[in-house]
Design a binder for this molecule. Structure first.
Ligand code: GLY
Length: 376
């Protein structure tokens, strides 16, 4: 076991490492179940991909194929309406759920054919998806909004929230239910006894825990190396930007290949996002933002006149097969993973909190976690 410098050693039943929406959702669920929970984050809560992400609940728009990821996304999306009510009741804070739906605009004939095929399999899976040809699309979105298209798939049930509002509502609710949070507390190593994880060492001392959950996004692969584990999670940079607007040009989210536009309730317009392999560098750069803004203005020319508010960059937690990693770690008692959510951390936050609560309270999980196991 590693030693610590904290004289007053902290102890908890569950320690969550990582204070983005994934960690916060687990903390909220565990606190609601009456489990003693402490969450630590190396920076401010939500300062990594939660700060950078768009807040899309794109259970259909983000999924190219049927399978476990699609099913997980749909199951999670279904939780948000009820979750919003509960968090509002407990904390008085609103996650700013916006429900007009998402148009996935085709960019060329190949894209159109993929979307038409997607409409069929998603409908067969019981989801709503409606096809709009160009003229119908212009009737809905207005003539000056969308540049040339090959039609669009309208997904009425894909929604959005404001990430920071969701995070605040989760954290405030978890705190109200007894969970504790420590910011600026970086984990430096694991505490182990006889091969089991029994806590972590931080720069301020030791935290002992019966169970440790890593919800550390793009950093999880690095942390796992401390135990000799190969956790297949790595950073995938996303760059985006915010525009100021008193009245966004449309209430709908417009999504196309390589670019999407989300009107936010505060009037701002979020334009995302690139997908780049760039290590842990979180600085935005001009070339990527120039390319993205060209795409956005082509799709929605009226954006060109909006004032630029801020560039954003963050690190998605990519995984080798695109699926999150949820569950225990074979051979390492006491350690659990909730990571690798890639482009869908906000969407999957609700179901991740729910299944991790089930797992950590010894309840049968409502979702089969085999496709998301570390050793799959
Ligand atoms: N979910 C959108 C993105 O990751 O860019």
């Amino acid at each position: 076991m590693n030693g610590g410098t904290r004289t007053n050693v902290l102890e908890t039943d569950v320690l969550i490492v990582g204070g983005g929406v994934i960690g916060a959702s687990i903390a909220y669920e565990l606190a609601e179940a009456g489990v003693q929970t402490l969450l630590i984050d190396k920076d401010n809560l939500g300062s990594q991909s939660t700060r950078a992400g768009a807040g899309m609940l794109g259970a259909q728009v983000e999924m190219m194929n049927p399978g476990p990821m699609f099913e997980l996304g749909v199951a999670s999306r279904a939780l948000f309406s009820n979750l919003r009510e509960k968090l509002l009741e407990i904390s008085g804070l609103d996650m700013e759920l916006q429900t007009p739906g998402i148009f996935r605009v085709a960019v060329d004939e190949e894209d159109r054919q993929e979307l038409l095929a997607r409409q069929i399999w998603q409908r067969e899976a019981g989801q709503r998806a409606e096809w709009y040809e160009d003229e119908d699309l212009r009737n809905i979105l207005g003539d000056n909004i969308v540049g040339t298209t090959y039609g669009a798939l309208y997904i009425p049930d894909d929604h959005q929230v404001r990430n920071n509002a969701l995070l605040l509502a989760l954290v405030a609710s978890a705190k109200a239910l007894g969970a504790k949070f420590l910011e600026h507390t970086a984990m430096t190593s694991f505490l182990t006894e006889n091969g089991a994880v029994v806590g972590v060492q931080t720069q301020d001392g030791v935290i002992r825990a019966n169970r440790v959950v890593l919800a550390t996004g793009a950093w999880t692969g690095l942390l796992g190396q401390g135990l000799g584990l190969d956790i297949p999670v790595f950073p995938v940079k996303g760059q985006s930007f915010l525009l100021d607007s008193y009245a966004p040009p449309t209430p709908y989210t417009i999504f196309t290949h390589g670019c999407y536009i989300l009107p936010k309730r505060n009037g701002q317009v979020y334009v995302g996002a690139t997908e780049e392999a760039s290590g842990f560098d979180t600085r935005p750069n001009l070339g990527s933002l120039a390319k993205l803004s060209t795409q956005a203005v082509h799709l929605m020319p009226s954006l060109a006149s909006l004032p630029f508010a801020e560039p954003i960059a963050g690190l998605r937690p990519g995984s080798r097969d695109g699926l999150p990693v949820l569950g225990d770690v074979p051979g390492v008692p006491g350690l659990y993973l909730a990571t690798g959510h890639f482009r869908n951390g906000v969407l999957l936050s609700a179901i991740t909190g729910k299944v991790m609560r089930e797992l950590l309270t010894g309840t049968e999980t409502s979702v089969d976690l085999k496709p998301f196991a570390l050793m799959r």
